[in-house]
Design a protein around this ligand. Sequence first.
Ligand SMILES: Cc1ncc(COP(=O)(O)O)c(C=O)c1O
Length: 390
Amino acid sequence: MLTRRNMIRGSGLALGTGAILASGLPLGLSGAWAQDPAMTPRGGGAPVRLHYNENAAGCSPKVIEAMRDAMDESNLYPVKREEAYTNAVASYHSIAEGNVIRGNGSSEILLVTLLAAHQNAEWSKLTVFAPSMSFEVIADLCQKWKIPYVRTPMAKDLRVDLDALRSAAEAQAAHGPVMVYLTSPNNPTGDLIHSKSIGDWVKSAHENILFLIDEAYIDFVTDPTHKSAIDLVKAGYENLVVARTFSKVYGLAGVRVGYGIAATKIAESMNAAMIAGSNVNVLGLAAGVAALEDRDFYKASLASNRIARKMATDVLDDLGLDYIPGEANFIFHQIGRPHSEYQPRMLEHGFKVGRLMGGLQNWNRLSIGLPNEMERFADTLRLFRNNGWV
Ligand SMILES: Cc1ncc(COP(=O)(O)O)c(C=O)c1O
């Protein structure tokens, strides 16, 4: 039978993404970029890194070139580059420059949003709410700074229960300031919290609530009806900060560059709270500008993720391992056996997989690698099944 796996095997091509894209898979995409050498693995080496939700294809060669050029400015403070970066982000989103907050990765946006809220005298008695399975940076900071952090329960299917989050946060807002941290698609579960539900809440929320909407994975969303929360900022809402990163689809996790979008008065106070005014260096600023310009790399990255993700869901389906339907560059899936056994065994077989998350022993978060990596991963998972390890 001519399965897609056989087709790929039979192609006799080196199984880089470019080769797979060129091998006639039903992508609905074509063009020179499909064989772009940029889409072969970079960095990392062995074992295969399926644990940090990075972009295994690296970043655009045009971004590397831009960073090389920027190195000549290593002796200069990055003022000019800051302006260019802010301008590029603002025009990419068709928003004013005054709404942009530069971040040393989006983690800094998360940190400074929390810090700025907590430092504000009226907000110092802040309580933070988030789904119990969420990106842990905010939880860790709250623990460090002794800010109350409330985890609301997930739904039975492990998706974010927005109603539970909403009623808990609204109840607290009657007594004092609240920050709601929401990631969509959520990490580690990958499920999409639709913009319609987020928007309904933001528009009608108690005035004591500030939303921190983390859109680290929004580029991977295929649902055309899902919109960025940046639209809410554009519509004039002043109760939210939207965090974005270049670490995922743009492949720049090591460069540490991201941004936030918020109403001008929030953006001003956050920019003022940044390290000495210049928190992103010339390389990061140049990288961000070039990354936004190279739409071909962006599309190729998404196409690669789509193919590789399908390979992962195919093997999970074959083996009857349940997973949360999601829209990101990772999948949260059942492994049927304790994670404490699975993770070291995968490492022995050449794959770094996610750490234990949400205390769920029988689940793992799998980052999507390149298609050839996912093919090897699928073979390994089948071997695990034959050995009774999943
Ligand atoms: C939901 C979420 N937000 C933010 C980040 C941090 O990204 P950055 O590298 O931009 O700091 C990550 C990283 O994995 C993430 O998963």
